[in-house]
Write a protein of this length. Structure first.
Length: 343
């Protein structure tokens, strides 16, 4: 058993050494080809940043990826590069963040992290929150930030991230991400409440009118409450059911259709079907009395488009027959009048 364990360990060590050698050889070959003159690029970048042209200098620093420095102490040169890259990158990121250019700020922080392995995750988190607050009416932006923090927290506390949790700053960052997520969920809940308030105002103002009902406001509230969590979704579904119950008592097709739409927002399929059944019965009654257009409206509410088409066709056929009869009677009357007058 001990020999087997030794062979495995030695094998892993050899494999790691080979991989590391391959990586170094690849980097050395890239440097030896002279494809990247990083000394020249770095000198130009430091010249620009020293003259206050940070954006121009940073654009050049971004191009220095292989760190193929040929002159002087390479270790010292790489350390100098990291210092300049991080200093200038953070400066540009803070300026972009202050100006509300959050995508640009995040890109600067990410470039610093990718090039120097500096810890910028907390800064990127802060920018994500600032972006969400500046776009608090956008479910995609606020939701994107919430999902980001939620996913990162799950990753941090998964069994596969034991080493990540042991890194500096990670415990503090995990706590901060939870606080950020809670803050954004509060914003989402407030936006959901605002959507329901808009629905209330629109619905109340529609008294006596038959135009489209503000079901979309309930749907919008649901999108926000899904992000907010914490049982807030019930606020939207309760509103939807209440509206459906109110409108389902009516006999006007538009209101019955709105009742179904509201019930669907609450996944109240049984209640929605009851309204469809009611609409069908009303359609049958209208059909029996010859009110074909009204019957078709009810059948469409009941999701019976074939019956609606059939009753409309029957109504059109009857209207055409009535018109022919009226014309025939008119022509007959005209003939009688002409005969009476001697024409």
């Amino acid at each position: 058993m001990y020999k087997l364990y030794t062979r495995v360990v030695v094998g892993m060590a050899v494999a790691s050494a080979v991989a590391l050698y391959a990586m170094r050889s690849s980097a050395d070959m890239a440097c030896e080809t002279g494809a990247m003159d990083d000394d020249t690029l770095f000198a130009k970048a430091t010249q620009l940043t020293g003259a206050g042209q940070d954006a121009e200098g940073f654009a050049i620093l971004r191009k220095i990826e292989s760190l193929c420095f040929d002159s002087g102490d390479k270790v010292a040169k790489k350390a100098q590069f990291n210092t300049v890259m991080e200093s200038v990158g953070r400066k540009l990121a803070r300026a972009a963040e202050a100006a509300g250019k959050f995508d640009e700020a995040e890109r600067f922080y990410r470039d610093v992290r990718d090039s120097t392995y500096a810890y910028t995750e907390a800064d990127e988190d802060r920018v994500a929150v600032a972006r969400a607050k500046a776009n608090r009416t956008s479910t995609s932006v606020v939701g994107g930030a919430i999902y980001r923090f939620n996913a990162d927290q799950r990753r941090m506390w998964s069994e596969s991230s034991v080493r990540d949790r042991a890194k500096p700053h990670q415990a503090e960052r995990t706590q901060q991400m939870a606080a950020y997520e809670s803050e954004l969920q509060t914003i989402a809940a407030a936006q959901g409440d605002a959507a329901l308030a808009a629905e209330e105002k629109a619905f109340t103002g529609m008294a006596g009118r038959f135009s489209a009902y503000p079901v979309e406001d309930v749907e919008r509230a649901k999108s926000w409450y899904q992000l907010a969590g914490g049982g807030t979704m019930k606020r939207a579904t309760d509103r939807a059911v209440a509206r459906g119950d109110q409108l389902s008592k009516e006999t006007i097709p538009a209101r019955l259709e709105a009742a179904i739409d509201y019930y669907q927002q609450a996944d109240a399929t049984a209640k929605a079907q009851q309204v469809r059944d009611k609409a069908k019965n009303l359609g049958d009654a209208a059909d029996r009395t010859g009110n074909f257009h009204r019957a078709a409206d009810y059948y469409n509410v009941a999701d019976l488009s074939a019956q609606a088409d059939a009753v409309m066709a029957r109504g059109e056929a009857q209207a055409e027959a009535n018109e022919k009869k009226r014309k025939a009677e008119f022509d007959a009357g005209a003939d009688d009048l002409e005969a009476e007058l001697g024409f």
